[in-house]
Write a new protein. Structure first.
Length: 158
């Protein structure tokens, strides 16, 4: 499997300064913004991108974690990316289960999916909805309590 991470800020106009922190975390800093990337997969810089090649065995999960913080703050401790994904999936499954869609209504699964999409595009503090999905790797899963935005995922081979 291959990973190719091209971090850009200011709508793609700015390329960050990328370096390793004391704990091995990859830090991409650009003005007031910072992304911290953590994974057990060895990564390297190539043409202003972060790349890796790795093998995933059937049933294996390789975690990745990307978190945004203001550049003057520490990105915080590493998290269990697989557990974060599981918590997020559980949250949205519970939310969908609470939706009362009449079984007799036309296309109930399409209605549920549409509601899920609208809910996911809603900014919780204001209730405003985004006209489009947020940029990749910038999801508000952890923003409420910490002031950070985190994304976690697992490369999985089935």
């Amino acid at each position: 499997m291959a990973m190719d991470l091209g971090i850009r800020f200011d709508y793609g106009a700015l390329i960050p300064w990328v370096h390793r922190g004391h704990d091995g975390t990859l830090l991409a800093v650009c003005g007031p913004d910072q992304l911290a990337f953590r994974s057990f997969v060895p990564v390297r810089g190539q043409d202003c991108r972060t790349v890796a090649e790795f093998t995933v065995s059937p049933g294996e999960c390789i975690p990745f974690h990307l978190v945004w913080t203001p550049s003057h703050k520490h990105p915080g401790p590493a998290v269990d990316a697989a557990a974060m994904v599981a918590r997020t999936e559980h949250h949205w499954q519970d939310w969908l289960a609470s939706c009362r869609i009449d079984a007799g209504s036309p296309h109930p699964e399409m209605v549920r999916r549409s509601l899920l999409t609208l809910k996911a595009l809603t900014y919780a503090p204001t209730g405003a909805s985004s006209p489009r999905p947020p940029p990749p790797c910038r999801r508000p899963w952890a923003a409420a309590a910490t002031g950070t935005t985190a994304s976690a995922g697992c490369a999985t081979r089935r």
